[in-house]
Design a binder for this molecule. Structure first.
Ligand code: NAI
Length: 335
Protein backbone atom coordinates (compact mmCIF):
# COMPACT_ATOMS: atom_id res chain seq x y z
CA UNK A 1 0.00 0.00 0.00
CA UNK A 2 1.04 3.59 -0.45
CA UNK A 3 1.56 4.66 3.19
CA UNK A 4 2.34 8.13 4.57
CA UNK A 5 4.28 7.91 7.84
CA UNK A 6 3.93 11.01 10.03
CA UNK A 7 6.07 12.34 12.94
CA UNK A 8 8.96 10.27 11.63
CA UNK A 9 12.22 10.17 13.58
CA UNK A 10 15.34 8.43 12.29
CA UNK A 11 14.74 5.44 14.58
CA UNK A 12 11.17 5.01 13.21
CA UNK A 13 12.44 5.05 9.66
CA UNK A 14 15.15 2.52 10.41
CA UNK A 15 12.72 0.08 12.07
CA UNK A 16 10.00 0.52 9.44
CA UNK A 17 12.43 0.15 6.51
CA UNK A 18 13.75 -3.05 8.07
CA UNK A 19 10.24 -4.50 8.63
CA UNK A 20 9.20 -3.40 5.14
CA UNK A 21 11.71 -5.81 3.62
CA UNK A 22 9.07 -8.42 4.47
CA UNK A 23 6.01 -6.37 3.48
CA UNK A 24 7.06 -4.29 0.45
CA UNK A 25 4.73 -1.36 1.02
CA UNK A 26 5.46 2.01 -0.58
CA UNK A 27 6.45 4.16 2.45
CA UNK A 28 6.83 7.96 2.38
CA UNK A 29 8.24 9.53 5.53
CA UNK A 30 7.14 12.95 6.80
CA UNK A 31 8.90 14.50 9.78
CA UNK A 32 5.99 16.84 10.42
CA UNK A 33 3.08 16.08 12.74
CA UNK A 34 -0.27 15.27 11.19
CA UNK A 35 -2.66 18.10 12.01
CA UNK A 36 -5.21 20.20 10.08
CA UNK A 37 -2.49 22.25 8.40
CA UNK A 38 -0.58 19.18 7.16
CA UNK A 39 -3.45 16.78 6.38
CA UNK A 40 -3.45 17.80 2.70
CA UNK A 41 -0.01 16.16 2.37
CA UNK A 42 -1.64 12.79 2.97
CA UNK A 43 -4.67 12.86 0.67
CA UNK A 44 -3.10 10.78 -2.11
CA UNK A 45 -1.99 7.94 0.11
CA UNK A 46 -4.08 4.80 0.77
CA UNK A 47 -2.95 4.53 4.39
CA UNK A 48 -1.60 6.79 7.10
CA UNK A 49 0.81 5.69 9.79
CA UNK A 50 0.55 8.18 12.69
CA UNK A 51 2.20 8.32 16.11
CA UNK A 52 0.76 9.33 19.48
CA UNK A 53 0.81 13.10 19.09
CA UNK A 54 -0.55 13.20 15.54
CA UNK A 55 -4.05 14.62 15.32
CA UNK A 56 -6.75 12.34 13.97
CA UNK A 57 -9.67 14.64 14.73
CA UNK A 58 -12.86 14.74 12.63
CA UNK A 59 -11.61 17.67 10.44
CA UNK A 60 -8.32 15.90 9.73
CA UNK A 61 -10.14 12.63 8.99
CA UNK A 62 -12.51 14.45 6.61
CA UNK A 63 -9.51 15.76 4.65
CA UNK A 64 -7.92 12.30 4.55
CA UNK A 65 -11.11 10.47 3.56
CA UNK A 66 -11.79 13.13 0.93
CA UNK A 67 -8.66 11.82 -0.76
CA UNK A 68 -7.69 8.15 -1.06
CA UNK A 69 -7.08 7.27 2.58
CA UNK A 70 -8.86 4.09 3.73
CA UNK A 71 -6.67 2.97 6.61
CA UNK A 72 -4.99 4.38 9.70
CA UNK A 73 -2.33 1.96 10.88
CA UNK A 74 -1.28 3.43 14.23
CA UNK A 75 2.22 2.69 15.43
CA UNK A 76 1.06 2.82 19.03
CA UNK A 77 -1.10 0.91 21.49
CA UNK A 78 -2.98 4.01 22.72
CA UNK A 79 -5.60 5.47 20.39
CA UNK A 80 -7.06 8.35 22.37
CA UNK A 81 -5.82 10.70 19.61
CA UNK A 82 -8.23 9.17 17.04
CA UNK A 83 -11.87 10.20 16.64
CA UNK A 84 -13.07 6.62 16.12
CA UNK A 85 -16.68 7.64 15.48
CA UNK A 86 -15.67 10.01 12.70
CA UNK A 87 -13.35 7.37 11.23
CA UNK A 88 -16.20 4.83 11.28
CA UNK A 89 -18.62 7.23 9.61
CA UNK A 90 -16.07 8.05 6.92
CA UNK A 91 -15.27 4.38 6.25
CA UNK A 92 -11.66 4.67 7.40
CA UNK A 93 -10.48 1.51 9.16
CA UNK A 94 -8.24 1.95 12.20
CA UNK A 95 -5.68 -0.58 13.40
CA UNK A 96 -3.14 -0.40 16.20
CA UNK A 97 -0.30 -2.36 17.76
CA UNK A 98 -2.08 -3.82 20.79
CA UNK A 99 0.93 -5.36 22.52
CA UNK A 100 4.42 -4.63 21.27
CA UNK A 101 6.22 -4.89 24.57
CA UNK A 102 4.30 -4.44 27.78
CA UNK A 103 7.68 -5.03 29.43
CA UNK A 104 9.13 -1.83 27.95
CA UNK A 105 6.55 0.43 29.62
CA UNK A 106 6.24 -1.59 32.84
CA UNK A 107 10.02 -1.61 33.31
CA UNK A 108 10.16 2.14 32.64
CA UNK A 109 7.56 2.70 35.35
CA UNK A 110 9.70 0.66 37.74
CA UNK A 111 12.73 2.73 36.70
CA UNK A 112 10.88 5.92 37.64
CA UNK A 113 9.99 4.43 41.03
CA UNK A 114 13.55 3.34 41.80
CA UNK A 115 14.99 6.67 40.66
CA UNK A 116 12.51 8.76 42.65
CA UNK A 117 12.88 6.60 45.73
CA UNK A 118 16.69 6.37 45.78
CA UNK A 119 17.17 9.77 44.07
CA UNK A 120 19.43 8.48 41.28
CA UNK A 121 18.79 11.65 39.27
CA UNK A 122 20.14 13.79 42.10
CA UNK A 123 22.94 11.42 43.08
CA UNK A 124 24.21 11.32 39.49
CA UNK A 125 24.58 15.11 39.34
CA UNK A 126 26.09 15.31 42.84
CA UNK A 127 28.78 12.69 42.29
CA UNK A 128 29.85 14.35 39.04
CA UNK A 129 30.31 17.56 41.04
CA UNK A 130 32.46 15.77 43.61
CA UNK A 131 29.66 15.98 46.18
CA UNK A 132 29.38 12.67 48.01
CA UNK A 133 27.08 13.86 50.82
CA UNK A 134 23.99 11.71 51.40
CA UNK A 135 21.61 14.26 52.89
CA UNK A 136 18.45 14.51 50.82
CA UNK A 137 18.98 11.08 49.27
CA UNK A 138 17.16 9.02 51.90
CA UNK A 139 14.86 6.42 50.37
CA UNK A 140 12.67 3.61 51.66
CA UNK A 141 12.58 -0.17 51.25
CA UNK A 142 10.15 -1.18 48.54
CA UNK A 143 9.80 -4.52 50.30
CA UNK A 144 6.60 -4.56 52.31
CA UNK A 145 5.15 -1.39 50.73
CA UNK A 146 1.70 -1.25 49.15
CA UNK A 147 1.55 -0.55 45.42
CA UNK A 148 -1.74 0.44 43.81
CA UNK A 149 -2.06 -0.58 40.17
CA UNK A 150 -4.88 1.22 38.34
CA UNK A 151 -5.47 -0.76 35.15
CA UNK A 152 -4.26 -4.37 35.10
CA UNK A 153 -4.23 -5.05 31.36
CA UNK A 154 -1.10 -5.91 29.41
CA UNK A 155 1.24 -3.34 30.97
CA UNK A 156 -0.35 -3.15 34.43
CA UNK A 157 -0.16 -6.91 34.88
CA UNK A 158 3.56 -7.02 34.01
CA UNK A 159 4.14 -4.08 36.33
CA UNK A 160 2.22 -5.81 39.16
CA UNK A 161 4.33 -8.94 38.68
CA UNK A 162 7.60 -6.99 38.90
CA UNK A 163 6.51 -5.08 41.99
CA UNK A 164 5.30 -8.29 43.57
CA UNK A 165 8.85 -9.59 43.02
CA UNK A 166 10.15 -6.71 45.16
CA UNK A 167 7.98 -8.02 47.99
CA UNK A 168 5.31 -5.34 47.63
CA UNK A 169 1.65 -5.87 48.49
CA UNK A 170 -0.48 -5.18 45.41
CA UNK A 171 -3.83 -3.39 45.40
CA UNK A 172 -5.48 -3.32 42.00
CA UNK A 173 -8.36 -1.53 40.36
CA UNK A 174 -9.84 -2.50 37.01
CA UNK A 175 -13.44 -3.04 35.86
CA UNK A 176 -12.19 -6.33 34.40
CA UNK A 177 -10.02 -8.03 37.07
CA UNK A 178 -7.10 -10.03 35.67
CA UNK A 179 -6.71 -13.60 36.98
CA UNK A 180 -2.91 -13.49 36.62
CA UNK A 181 -2.78 -10.41 38.83
CA UNK A 182 -5.17 -11.89 41.38
CA UNK A 183 -2.93 -14.99 41.44
CA UNK A 184 -0.08 -12.76 42.68
CA UNK A 185 -2.15 -12.18 45.79
CA UNK A 186 -3.34 -8.77 44.58
CA UNK A 187 -6.55 -7.48 46.08
CA UNK A 188 -9.00 -5.75 43.72
CA UNK A 189 -10.45 -2.71 45.45
CA UNK A 190 -12.41 0.43 44.49
CA UNK A 191 -10.26 3.34 43.28
CA UNK A 192 -10.77 5.41 46.45
CA UNK A 193 -9.51 2.54 48.61
CA UNK A 194 -6.53 2.02 46.29
CA UNK A 195 -5.62 5.71 46.63
CA UNK A 196 -6.10 5.75 50.39
CA UNK A 197 -3.88 2.72 51.11
CA UNK A 198 -1.12 2.77 48.49
CA UNK A 199 2.42 4.02 49.11
CA UNK A 200 2.89 4.05 45.34
CA UNK A 201 0.08 4.55 42.80
CA UNK A 202 0.77 3.61 39.17
CA UNK A 203 -1.61 4.36 36.30
CA UNK A 204 -1.81 1.77 33.53
CA UNK A 205 -5.20 2.44 32.00
CA UNK A 206 -6.25 4.07 28.73
CA UNK A 207 -7.32 7.69 28.43
CA UNK A 208 -11.03 7.88 27.61
CA UNK A 209 -13.70 10.49 28.42
CA UNK A 210 -14.44 8.42 31.56
CA UNK A 211 -10.83 8.35 32.76
CA UNK A 212 -9.79 11.94 31.93
CA UNK A 213 -8.51 13.57 35.11
CA UNK A 214 -8.98 10.36 37.08
CA UNK A 215 -6.41 11.91 39.39
CA UNK A 216 -8.05 15.26 40.16
CA UNK A 217 -8.18 17.40 43.32
CA UNK A 218 -10.46 15.08 45.35
CA UNK A 219 -8.42 12.03 44.25
CA UNK A 220 -5.19 13.72 45.38
CA UNK A 221 -6.83 14.61 48.70
CA UNK A 222 -7.79 10.94 49.11
CA UNK A 223 -4.23 9.66 48.62
CA UNK A 224 -2.11 8.36 51.45
CA UNK A 225 0.09 11.15 52.85
CA UNK A 226 3.42 11.31 51.00
CA UNK A 227 2.52 8.68 48.38
CA UNK A 228 4.34 8.41 45.08
CA UNK A 229 2.35 8.81 41.84
CA UNK A 230 3.55 7.27 38.58
CA UNK A 231 1.92 7.92 35.20
CA UNK A 232 3.32 6.23 32.11
CA UNK A 233 -0.06 5.94 30.35
CA UNK A 234 -1.47 9.21 29.04
CA UNK A 235 -1.08 12.73 30.41
CA UNK A 236 -4.81 13.45 30.45
CA UNK A 237 -5.35 10.89 33.21
CA UNK A 238 -3.89 13.43 35.62
CA UNK A 239 -5.07 16.97 36.36
CA UNK A 240 -1.60 18.48 36.46
CA UNK A 241 -2.64 21.55 38.44
CA UNK A 242 -4.22 19.38 41.15
CA UNK A 243 -1.06 17.29 41.33
CA UNK A 244 1.09 20.42 41.69
CA UNK A 245 -1.07 21.45 44.67
CA UNK A 246 -0.60 17.92 46.07
CA UNK A 247 3.18 18.24 45.70
CA UNK A 248 3.14 21.62 47.41
CA UNK A 249 1.12 20.32 50.37
CA UNK A 250 3.23 17.15 50.64
CA UNK A 251 0.23 14.89 50.05
CA UNK A 252 2.13 13.64 46.99
CA UNK A 253 5.63 12.71 48.09
CA UNK A 254 7.05 12.06 44.63
CA UNK A 255 5.82 12.22 41.05
CA UNK A 256 7.11 10.26 38.07
CA UNK A 257 5.71 11.10 34.64
CA UNK A 258 6.46 9.74 31.20
CA UNK A 259 3.45 11.53 29.74
CA UNK A 260 1.99 15.01 30.15
CA UNK A 261 -1.38 16.55 29.32
CA UNK A 262 0.03 19.11 26.89
CA UNK A 263 2.94 17.05 25.65
CA UNK A 264 2.11 17.61 21.96
CA UNK A 265 3.82 20.98 22.16
CA UNK A 266 6.93 19.62 23.88
CA UNK A 267 7.80 15.98 23.61
CA UNK A 268 9.91 14.24 20.96
CA UNK A 269 11.67 17.50 19.96
CA UNK A 270 14.93 19.12 21.04
CA UNK A 271 13.72 22.41 22.55
CA UNK A 272 16.90 23.10 24.50
CA UNK A 273 17.48 26.40 22.67
CA UNK A 274 13.94 27.68 23.07
CA UNK A 275 11.87 29.21 25.87
CA UNK A 276 9.22 26.89 27.30
CA UNK A 277 5.92 28.75 27.36
CA UNK A 278 4.01 26.14 29.34
CA UNK A 279 4.13 27.53 32.89
CA UNK A 280 2.47 24.46 34.40
CA UNK A 281 5.14 22.18 32.94
CA UNK A 282 7.85 24.64 34.00
CA UNK A 283 6.48 24.56 37.58
CA UNK A 284 6.68 20.76 37.59
CA UNK A 285 10.36 20.97 36.69
CA UNK A 286 11.10 23.00 39.84
CA UNK A 287 10.28 20.18 42.29
CA UNK A 288 13.19 18.03 43.47
CA UNK A 289 10.83 15.08 43.90
CA UNK A 290 9.48 15.15 40.34
CA UNK A 291 11.06 13.09 37.57
CA UNK A 292 9.80 13.52 34.02
CA UNK A 293 10.77 11.56 30.94
CA UNK A 294 9.53 12.56 27.49
CA UNK A 295 7.25 9.64 26.54
CA UNK A 296 10.03 7.09 26.23
CA UNK A 297 8.36 4.16 27.97
CA UNK A 298 7.91 2.36 24.65
CA UNK A 299 11.47 3.10 23.53
CA UNK A 300 13.29 -0.22 23.59
CA UNK A 301 14.86 -2.02 20.64
CA UNK A 302 12.43 -4.92 21.01
CA UNK A 303 9.41 -2.64 21.15
CA UNK A 304 10.46 -0.62 18.08
CA UNK A 305 10.93 -3.82 16.06
CA UNK A 306 7.56 -5.18 17.16
CA UNK A 307 5.81 -1.87 16.51
CA UNK A 308 7.23 -1.64 12.98
CA UNK A 309 6.37 -5.26 12.17
CA UNK A 310 2.77 -5.12 13.46
CA UNK A 311 2.11 -1.69 11.94
CA UNK A 312 3.06 -2.93 8.47
CA UNK A 313 1.47 -6.36 9.02
CA UNK A 314 -1.81 -4.55 9.75
CA UNK A 315 -1.55 -2.81 6.38
CA UNK A 316 -0.73 -6.12 4.67
CA UNK A 317 -3.70 -7.84 6.34
CA UNK A 318 -6.00 -4.95 5.39
CA UNK A 319 -4.85 -5.11 1.77
CA UNK A 320 -4.75 -8.88 1.27
CA UNK A 321 -7.28 -10.16 3.82
CA UNK A 322 -4.56 -12.50 5.12
CA UNK A 323 -3.00 -12.43 8.59
CA UNK A 324 -4.24 -10.65 11.70
CA UNK A 325 -5.71 -7.18 11.35
CA UNK A 326 -5.69 -5.48 14.77
CA UNK A 327 -8.80 -3.44 14.23
CA UNK A 328 -9.80 -0.95 16.93
CA UNK A 329 -13.41 -1.37 17.93
CA UNK A 330 -15.34 1.47 19.56
CA UNK A 331 -15.38 -0.55 22.78
CA UNK A 332 -11.74 -1.49 23.39
CA UNK A 333 -12.82 -4.71 25.15
CA UNK A 334 -14.21 -5.93 21.79
CA UNK A 335 -10.84 -6.22 20.07
P1 NAI B 1 -4.69 -2.64 28.02
O1 NAI B 1 -5.87 -2.30 27.17
O2 NAI B 1 -4.05 -3.98 27.89
O3 NAI B 1 -5.07 -2.44 29.57
C1 NAI B 1 -5.75 -1.33 30.06
C2 NAI B 1 -6.56 -1.80 31.26
O4 NAI B 1 -7.15 -0.63 31.85
C3 NAI B 1 -7.69 -2.76 30.91
O5 NAI B 1 -7.60 -3.93 31.69
C4 NAI B 1 -8.95 -1.98 31.23
O6 NAI B 1 -10.01 -2.80 31.70
C5 NAI B 1 -8.44 -1.04 32.31
N1 NAI B 1 -9.29 0.11 32.58
C6 NAI B 1 -10.09 0.79 31.73
N2 NAI B 1 -10.73 1.78 32.40
C7 NAI B 1 -10.32 1.71 33.69
C8 NAI B 1 -10.63 2.44 34.86
N3 NAI B 1 -11.48 3.47 34.84
N4 NAI B 1 -10.01 2.10 36.01
C9 NAI B 1 -9.13 1.08 36.05
N5 NAI B 1 -8.81 0.34 34.97
C10 NAI B 1 -9.40 0.65 33.81
O7 NAI B 1 -3.64 -1.47 27.76
P2 NAI B 1 -2.06 -1.53 27.98
O8 NAI B 1 -1.41 -2.10 26.76
O9 NAI B 1 -1.76 -2.14 29.29
O10 NAI B 1 -1.70 0.02 28.01
C11 NAI B 1 -2.09 0.88 29.07
C12 NAI B 1 -1.87 2.29 28.64
O11 NAI B 1 -0.45 2.55 28.57
C13 NAI B 1 -2.34 2.55 27.19
O12 NAI B 1 -3.68 2.88 27.14
C14 NAI B 1 -1.45 3.68 26.75
O13 NAI B 1 -2.14 4.88 26.97
C15 NAI B 1 -0.24 3.58 27.65
N6 NAI B 1 1.00 3.35 26.92
C16 NAI B 1 2.06 4.19 27.15
C17 NAI B 1 3.26 4.02 26.49
C18 NAI B 1 4.45 4.88 26.74
O14 NAI B 1 5.38 4.89 25.92
N7 NAI B 1 4.51 5.60 27.84
C19 NAI B 1 3.38 2.94 25.48
C20 NAI B 1 2.24 2.07 25.37
C21 NAI B 1 1.08 2.31 26.05
Amino acid sequence: MKIAVFSTKPYDREALDEANRRHAHDLTFFETRLQPSTAELARDFEAICPFVNDELSAPVLHTLAGGRVRLLTLRSAGFNHVDLEAAGELGVAVARVPAYSPHAVAEHAVGLILSLNRKFHRAYARVREGNFALHGLLGFDLHGKTVGVAGTGRIGSVFARIMSGFGCRILAHDPYPNEEVAALGAEYVPMDKLLAHSDIVALHLPLTPATRHLIDGPAVAGMKEGAMLINTSRGGLVDTRAVIEGLKSGRIGALGLDVYEEEEELFFEDLSDTVIHDDVFARLLTFPNVLITGHQGFFTREALENIAETTLANATAFETGRGTFHRIALDPRDD
